[in-house]
Design a protein around this ligand. Sequence first.
Ligand code: CA
Length: 220
Amino acid sequence: MNRILIAEDEQRIASFVEKGLRANGLTPTVVTDGASALGHALSGDFDLLVLDIGLPGMDGFTVLRRLRQSRGAIPVIILTARDSLTDTVAGLEGGADDYMPKPFRFDELLARIRLRLRSDRAPEVTVLQQGDLSLDLRTRRASVEGRTVDLSAREFALAEVFLRNPGQVLSREQLLSHVWGYDFDPESNVVDVYVRYLRKKLGQERIQTVRGMGYRLATD
Ligand code: CA
């Protein structure tokens, strides 16, 4: 759920941003003055605020300052005039996370919004580890007891499912749907074949057979 609060009094811009966000699967709400922007931003109902600086009533700088004073931690992207370096610097010093100089293309704003929504969350795991077995999800490398092991793409994908669910019994159907897709024949023995490949490469005891149920990654 990505609920975006747009504080912009210029109807043309507000509706352009609102439509674009909706078309990209986000949930936008528009407010047109500073006081509503502050109230909504503090409600806890939004994941990100796109804040125009020139707002009636209370300007964007004041909204931002009060928001941060009230410990509102929502990420804020300010909309500034293209050539106003002063606005940009003041905005960032006032607690904005990013800025978007006007006029802008929609995809530029969307890229910044997506970046903020991502970085707001916990950093993504890039190495999965279980005992002396590890998978590096960026380099697609596996290593056992410190030495690198070559895995095919399928073997890597299967190992990844096991490492994301250590100690859990995973049925053949679960493994099939994760690694081979839902339309694969459930009668196929491809899972058993690949588990054998993995055992050969990672160690026989690494993946245990749970009779009648499936397989499990050994946790000790
Ligand atoms: Ca304005």
